[in-house]
Design a protein around this ligand. Structure first.
Ligand SMILES: Nc1ncnc2c1ncn2[C@@H]1O[C@H](COP(=O)(O)OP(=O)(O)O)[C@@H](O)[C@H]1O
Length: 362
């Protein structure tokens, strides 16, 4: 019995560390800890700022409600990084590594799927806003969205909780994997959760693709309308009658940021997760080199998913004018700062506003 950890452990197995199949290579013990440390420092600063800004923005649109949920998920996700860094770099005690398997990794995945679900909802909202730009919202709709947010958090928590509870076996060696700590029921639940999460992910991916296909269609037709309006401008000026400008909003390509972030961060992980989960729960089907390969593929793509917590603040900045305005006020910067980055503002010809710019948080 190890007096510092409370676990009964076999002595260090040096063969394990020397084996070509050991997970403890430079990628796991040095490269990813450095990358996660960077993510932690940058992510905590940006998301801390984002929380500060969002606290002073009232939840007066569906979009802002969804973004607030994502920022909370991102802060929680960022707080799990130091535990992963200590655990992967072998600087953590056995007790802390058990905590990572039982609690912090589960929290990490929970927040990741919260973000994915809210990304899907944001795409639906952006699509609605593009196709029906003048349809407003009311207090009842906003309350429904808040209720929906609560239901999403509770459901994912209920799904994840058994992954904590059923990771209850004590490690029998200093070198252990999270799956070694699971009971038979725990391994089964781990597999079930991963299937459910695959469904959540692919369902949301389809939603995002359909919504952005509709947004693209609208983007092209609004450009066509704007060009036709400009072409007609000369003749209107000639007759001197003038004509009311088209009252439709044009769409800024900034909205595609959501699509780009979704693809870069989440698609690679979900391709690599399927064989990795199989290697965890049906270990005998895989030789150790293949298991190591799937582990490293999962870890590399998992880092891309973690990068999401850093990229989300960019979405708030580019797509949410009230976020930018409040941010500039907080930092005491003039309101027009970075306007070259965030969009054109109202079109001088049509007077319409790019959706990715001023109207995006309405
Ligand atoms: N999608 C998920 N939702 C909630 N918990 C998960 C999910 N995927 C894995 N977990 C839990 O997170 C912990 C770490 O899992 P995993 O990353 O597969 O293990 P390892 O770190 O050994 O590669 C485990 O307790 C596992 O059950």
């Amino acid at each position: 019995m190890d007096s510092t950890t409370g676990f009964s452990l076999t002595p260090v197995n040096h063969n394990h560390t020397n084996s070509s199949c050991s997970r403890d290579n430079v990628l796991k013990t040095v490269v990813f800890p450095v990358l996660y440390s960077l993510l932690f420092l940058l992510g905590l600063s940006l998301n801390g700022l984002a929380v500060w800004v969002f606290f002073s923005i009232p939840s007066r649109s569906h979009f802002i409600i969804y973004l607030k949920n994502i920022v909370v998920a991102d802060v929680l996700m960022t707080l799990t990084f130091p535990f992963k860094v200590l655990s992967d770099s072998n600087m953590a005690s056995v007790g802390l590594r058990v905590f990572v398997c039982r609690v912090s990794s589960v929290l990490f995945y929970l927040t990741m799927y919260i973000s994915i679900l809210f990304f899907g909802l944001i795409s639906i909202d952006r699509c609605r806003k593009t196709l029906q730009p003048f349809k407003g919202t009311n207090a009842a709709h906003l309350s429904h969205r808040k209720l929906l947010s609560g239901v999403i958090w509770c459901s994912l928590l209920a799904l994840s909780l058994p992954n904590m509870v059923l990771t209850s076996r004590s490690p029998t060696s200093v070198y252990f994997k999270c799956s070694d700590l699971k009971t038979a029921a725990g391994l089964h639940w781990h597999e079930v959760v991963n299937h459910v999460c695959q469904v959540i992910f692919w369902g949301n991916l389809v939603t995002v693709i359909v919504c952005y296909a509709l947004i693209t269609k609208e983007l092209y037709s609004s450009y066509a309308r704007a060009s036709a309006y400009r072409a007609g401008g000369a003749s209107r000026a000639g007759t001197g009658k003038g004509q009311r400008q088209p009252q439709r909003k044009t769409v800024s390509s900034n909205v595609f940021l959501v699509l780009a972030v979704f693809f870069v961060c989440f698609v690679p992980f979900h391709f690599s997760r399927v064989p990795y989960t199989m290697s965890q729960t049906r270990g005998r089907m895989f030789d150790c080199n293949l298991k190591l390969f799937f582990f490293q593929l999962k870890e590399s793509t998992l880092w891309l998913s973690s990068l999401n917590s850093l990229l989300d603040p960019l979405i708030y900045f580019f797509l949410c004018k009230s976020f930018r305005t409040t941010l500039f006020k907080t930092l005491r910067l003039p309101p027009g700062t970075c306007s070259w980055l965030t969009g054109r503002g109202p079109d001088p010809n049509t007077g319409s506003t790019p959706l990715g710019d001023s109207s995006a948080c309405l």
